[in-house]
Ligand binder design. Structure first.
Ligand SMILES: Nc1ncnc2c1ncn2[C@@H]1O[C@H](COP(=O)(O)OP(=O)(O)OP(=O)(O)O)[C@@H](O)[C@H]1O
Ligand SMILES: [Mg+2]
Length: 208
């Protein structure tokens, strides 16, 4: 039976996930809980190999369903090899992106509909997050933040695609209000971190 706490971070490219995950880990470690950090796609040797295929800018011919299945395959390996054992051992697991990314990017961004939820229910089973922090930042603002760095195949997709992804996330927030906590990502790094820690503490109070 699951004893730990499973936290995922979601939001478009450049919305501040990595920044906030680093701070949340630091804040949680002050409470003496063991925290395991992982990322998607990746987090295991097999999943990192799959990540390279997905993000390779030369793979321009990749079919949308191939992409969706590769994400789910990488996720299945991560869940069985890393996330589930850590939760069973009572750890707090923080994952940079999870199933909601597939729904936002593939169902909404690539118009693949309900097939994505079905594929992912096979990939993760009942291993769903206890809380999902959704960092909400318009694609334009996010683009300004990351314009200086080299972009991968997904980041290079059209503005229209990134808008559909953003709308997808907002739809998911409406659909799963008990799990997904939407946070405006336009605030300062410190104020957002405080907000997130407050939400997570509430949850730790209820599960411990
Ligand atoms: N609240 C904030 N205000 C202003 N800039 C921010 C804020 N949070 C993060 N940034 C900056 O925005 C950039 C993107 O942040 P970060 O890498 O954390 O985003 P990300 O969501 O992890 O992106 P990706 O999806 O590409 O991994 C970084 O340069 C970071 O320093
Ligand atoms: Mg990041």
């Amino acid at each position: 039976m699951k004893k730990g706490l499973f936290i995922t971070f979601e939001g478009g490219d450049g919305s501040g996930k990595s920044t906030q995950i680093r701070l949340l880990k630091q804040n949680l470690e002050k409470t003496d809980r063991e925290v395991l950090l992982t990322r998607e796609p990746g987090g295991t040797e097999i999943s990192e190999k799959i990540r390279e295929i997905i993000l390779d800018r030369n793979n321009t011919e990749m079919d949308n369903m191939t992409e969706a299945l590769l994400y789910a395959a990488a996720r299945a390996q991560l869940v069985s090899q890393v996330i589930r054992p850590a939760l069973e051992a009572g750890k707090i697991v923080i994952c940079d992106r999870f199933v909601d990314s597939s729904i936002a990017y593939q169902s909404y961004g690539r118009n693949l509909g309900d097939s994505i939820s079905i594929i992912n229910s096979f990939a993760v089973g009942d291993c769903m997050p206890d809380i999902t922090i959704l960092l909400k930042l318009s694609p334009e603002e996010a683009n300004r933040r990351i314009s200086g760095r080299e972009q991968d195949r997904i980041e290079l997709a059209s503005d229209d695609f990134h808008h559909k992804v953003y709308e997808g996330y907002l739809e998911l927030e409406r659909k799963y209000p008990n799990r997904i906590v939407g946070i405006e990502a336009t605030g300062t790094i410190e104020s957002i971190a405080e907000n997130i820690m407050g939400r997570v503490k509430e949850l730790l109070g209820t599960v411990e």
